[in-house]
Design a protein around this ligand. Sequence first.
Ligand code: UD1
Length: 417
Amino acid sequence: MQRLLVEGGRPLQGTVSVSGAKNAVLKLMAAALLGDGKFIIRNVPAIKDVFTMIGVLKALGVKCQLEGSTLYLTVGDIQGEAPAELVQEMRASIQIMGPLIAKLGWVKISQPGGCPIGDRPIDLHVKNLEKLGAIFEEGYGYISAKAKRLVGTELCLDFPSVGTTENIMMAATLAVGTTIIHNAAREPEIIDAQNFLNRMGARVFGAGTGTITIKGVKALSSTDYTVIPDRIEAGSYLVAAAITGGKLRIQNIIPKHLTALIGKLQEANVKLDIASDQIIVQGQDTIYPANILTLPYPGFATDLQPQFMALATLANGTSVVKETVYSNRFGHAHELRRMGAEIIVDGNAAVIKGVKQLAGAHLYATDLRAGAALVLAGLSATGITSITGVEHIERGYENLVEKLQLVGGKIWREDEV
Ligand code: UD1
């Protein structure tokens, strides 16, 4: 096991290139199961979740080869049972359910794992795939489903769940007739999945709005596709510049995917120069407090809440953070308190009274984005911060240590003793 060590107090300076979006590429890889032939997926981040998904696809019979940031997939004869040890590593494995039921007529997976951030049931996935005609069976630790041929229908999600929207969208591409998803999630990654599916020959319309229409087709082929930039990685580096009082050019991004964060950073007195595919961000000596409420897109992303909370710990006043997407996503608050942050958590709200300085401490990354928040706090703190639970961070950030080192961050890995 490794830990991260961060020696803080250095304003970051330079350019950071953002990688492809984790939350997009995992779904595109699942969507490839619907097609046949050779796929090329470009701008793929070399992160643990992508390696896990490669393992899942290989076990299903897909040939996979990652060369640099280009992923080659060959989809031919596949089967529908994924190994438990891989599925349990990552919640996004459930995205193979819709494609496999639609393509093969059956799927069997164990209950999925992923970041421990509150209850993350899969009831919405199951309920809505059932509406398309899938018949589910739950056994000890596994879930299986079958269907002769899915049939399109009109449905309304109880909550605009990202994964459910994608699972239904993918399954419906091969269903008989038309499916309409109301109250669909509107995240940019869903538009990416729509574009990918349509390049395979699907007929999906409306992604990015609350209503998505899918006209079923008989078969799908393969495609060559470039993944969108990772808006959560980009947002994390925006906060890195802000929290260290540094100046960074964040490039290879789509700034309009970051509108909610940009507004909050501006409220916090961070200077931003926004172009079509990059942002120059300059931190200031004084950080103003700002309240955030996490919401489905285009609201403030729950995946950027921990990083923003790290910034708020240094504001010249009190900020309130309300988490409405997950039931338990404040693991980082407890760790930030070890560094001298003043945070009171009450249910789904956290009140953060800014302090002048954080101090290095021994910390544990409870989940992926909490881990990123601790790295950011460590970059601004006095002394050395050590962070265990690094495996969570490596699930979602490509070359985090190397990218930070390139812009002057003093951060390194060390084997745990
Ligand atoms: C995706 C992202 C994750 C992000 C989340 C919300 C990926 C791989 N992950 O996760 O990084 O934090 O969107 O933006 O894309 N829910 C249920 N039942 C279900 C499904 C979801 O109750 O069947 C609940 C969840 O527990 C959670 C909320 O709905 O409280 C949002 O979940 P959802 O939008 O589905 O997130 P994911 O797709 O899992």
